[in-house]
Design a protein around this ligand. Structure first.
Ligand code: RTP
Ligand code: MG
Length: 141
């Protein structure tokens, strides 16, 4: 299995609930390492650009409005099979469909306020990491 990097976002609902640490602990316990991290408040342009693939979807406006509603924590996670592993830890997009014990099952409120984002492919991970972090902000471990 290859060592990969993936982009994770702790979304505004989870930051507001004060569960940043509990979420990061799940990544660490699963063998993923934080190699870059920052807390930021997204604006419409930054959030819209991040979710550009969903621009034509009916939920796009709500998605941008939610993602700009409060600060988020963006992180790069590194580890074996990191992209799929993170998606597994997150659970399904809709918390009602998320498997028991996943982050979304335990912390998400709704399909909009769903606690976390994770890159869905190697190509997405590469684009999303570069979208938030300069190369010298990522610390090899
Ligand atoms: P994310 O990108 O945030 O990690 O979530 P995801 O891959 O599980 O889901 P994706 O299809 O990429 O959708 C991005 C975010 O848009 C909202 N969404 N709402 N109302 C709806 O049908 C709907 N579908 C998606 C969710 O908040 C989702 O996280
Ligand atoms: Mg997605």
């Amino acid at each position: 299995m290859a060592v990969e990097r993936t982009l994770s976002i702790v979304k505004p609902d989870a930051v507001a609930k004060n569960v940043i640490g509990e979420i990061v602990t799940r990544f660490e316990k699963a063998g993923l390492q934080v190699v870059a991290a920052k807390m930021i408040k997204l604006d419409d342009e930054k959030a819209g650009g991040f979710y550009a693939e969903h621009k034509e979807r009916p939920f796009f406006k709500d998605l941008v409005s939610f993602m700009t509603s409060g600060p988020v924590v963006v992180q790069v996670l590194e580890g074996e099979n990191a992209i799929a592993k993170n998606r597994e830890l997150m659970g399904a997009t809709n918390p009602k469909e998320a498997a028991a014990g996943t982050i979304r099952a335990d912390f998400a409120e709704s399909i909009d306020a769903n606690a976390v984002h994770g890159s869905d492919s190697a190509a997405s991970a590469e684009r999303e990491i570069a979208y938030f972090f300069a190369a010298d902000e990522i610390c090899a471990r």
